[in-house]
Design a protein around this ligand. Structure first.
Ligand code: SF4
Length: 398
């Protein structure tokens, strides 16, 4: 079984296709979002701050900012991209300075705890058989004056999660497990996220029950990743930062046509077909609306004139007014009562039938035992269906 990290699991949950391209197919891309670049430089700077502190050296804020600006220049490369078009690299560099300053002013002279390690690598197994192996790097490990071990994580994002999010966070929960595997006698561990943009700490603890649940959930997720054969793309706002748009069926046509001059673009077969399809659908919608109006007029005419057949030039229309018996649908309130009446009368089998849509959902999501699903699948088959869904382009996609 391969070794997993929280980032890998996270990526699989966000987009199975991106996970496959990055971790299974090992396709390397050197493009990097500026948010990630900024985060790395801030982390490097705080690492230096605490590494020097272990030698009793307290860097001044200006020395740390000078270091930050130096490594910003040294690591800058042409493949860094900025999604927010109204911002420049210098805006982001200045933001990093502000984050470091905020952190420095809150924690200097950094004597509230003792640093054990920075960028500490962890390799551990979730089980005794060494089957589910995990790896990760925690930003900083320390112990405080009350002998509580503290796992620190620096966050440079502009999003502040809730306490509930922190209490359910997998990454630091896994580091908690890693630290306890490394030093089994450690009992008290505090998880701390430093949200630099908000000058806020989020703090959380894990009970033994929460740790057991986390281990179980993580093992189940790894089992799923190991067994699935399909890695479908999953569209989300994170697609804007994806390094594989040219390999993604949801994005690659955009990449193909975005640099084409207008005349070539309009003649590109995909573009031309979609434009034609949309025009025809518009036309069909108008025809449907008109048809409904004429249908209503025919029914009206038939009622008024008391006729059942109306003669046209080449066709005739037969009009029928039927009564239909209706019972409450599956989601209607009175439905449960109706079901009960029929079941209690012992007539259920006479009027009910298998809901094959629900059955497909159960099988696709493995909600029954493997044996039962296999038996059901002896009567099931995979059919390829197709559909086209038309939606308006977002501003960013134009
Ligand atoms: S563009 Fe979006 S859907 Fe496609 S692979 Fe990347 S993250 Fe997944």
């Amino acid at each position: 079984m391969p070794v997993y990290s929280h980032s890998q699991l996270n990526m699989y949950e966000q987009c199975p296709l991106k996970y496959k391209l990055r971790y299974r197919d090992r396709i390397k891309r050197d493009i990097e979002g500026i948010e990630g670049f900024l985060g790395s430089r801030v982390h490097d700077t705080l690492k230096k701050c605490y590494d020097n502190l272990r030698f009793t050296k307290i860097n001044s804020l200006s020395a740390l900012l000078a270091y930050y600006n130096k490594i910003w220049q040294e690591n800058w490369h042409d493949s860094i991209f900025i999604m927010k078009q109204d911002l420049t690299p210098d805006d982001y560099r200045a933001l990093g300075e502000k984050l470091i300053k905020t952190y420095y002013e809150r924690y200097s002279p950094f004597d509230s705890d003792t640093t054990i390690g920075t960028e500490m690598g962890l390799n551990f197994a979730l089980d005794d058989e060494n089957k589910y192996r995990m790896t990760g790097y925690l930003d900083r490990l320390s112990w405080d004056k009350d002998d509580i071990y503290q796992i620190h994580d620096y966050k440079t994002s502009a999003h502040l999660p809730s306490q509930e999010d922190a209490d359910n966070d997998r990454q630091l929960g896994l580091y908690h497990i890693g630290i306890q595997k490394k030093w089994p006698d450690i009992e008290n561990i505090r998880l701390i996220w430093h949200y630099l943009a908000f000058d806020r700490e989020l703090v959380s603890y894990r009970t033994p029950e929460a740790i057991s649940k986390l281990i179980q959930n993580t093992k189940s997720l790894i089992d799923e990743i190991e067994s699935v054969r399909d890695f479908p793309p999953c569209e989300s706002p994170l697609c804007e930062w994806c390094e594989y748009p040219d390999l993604c069926p949801l994005r690659k046509h955009f990449i193909k046509v975005e640099t084409m001059p207008v005349n070539e673009y309009l003649n590109e077969p995909g573009v031309a077909l979609v434009n034609k399809y949309v025009a025809l659908k518009d036309e069909a919608k108008k025809v449907d609306q008109e048809t409904e109006k004429v249908k209503a007029a025919i029914l009206d005419y038939a009622r008024r004139e008391e006729v059942e057949i109306i003669k046209g030039s080449d066709y005739k229309a037969r009009v029928r007014f039927d009564e239909k018996l209706r019972f409450p649908g599956k989601n209607d309130e009175e439905r449960q009562e109706l079901d009960e009446v029929i079941k209690q009368a012992g007539k259920w089998a006479e009027v009910s039938q298998l809901d094959t849509t629900s059955l497909a959902h159960v099988v696709e999501n493995s909600l029954w035992s493997k044996d039962l699903i296999e038996q059901a699948m002896k009567c099931g088959r995979i059919e390829v269906t197709d559909s086209i869904h038309i939606s308006k382009l977002k501003d960013a996609e134009k």
